[in-house]
Write a protein that binds this ligand. Sequence first.
Ligand SMILES: [Zn+2]
Ligand SMILES: [Zn+2]
Length: 117
Amino acid sequence: MEFCPKCGSRLEPKKSKNGKEASIVLVCPKDGFTKEPGKKAEPPKVGKVIQHNPTQLVAVIGKEEQKLRTLPTVRIECPKCGNNTAYVWQVQTRGSDESSTQFLRCTKCSYTFREYS
Ligand SMILES: [Zn+2]
Ligand SMILES: [Zn+2]
């Protein structure tokens, strides 16, 4: 006699057509749990857990921070928090006479803004 591993009900034998062969399977009348005799009940399949590598993530952030630290700073007032130091870098704008826009990022609140001069 077999019992449902989920709810403990007695499994009832039922005819089941599995491919070409008709076989008897044991079915739980309560929740439909099916067990094929002779086969071990398989644990429920769990989707593959994608593990993010935390150390890798930290390394990436560290790199980004390092990149920022190497940027030159200028004395300019942050329009957001009033801090007077900001990182500065230039971005080439395509198609507009090769002019470059100066970007600034506040060292305190990381607010990024452009300098119009
Ligand atoms: Zn059951
Ligand atoms: Zn700021």
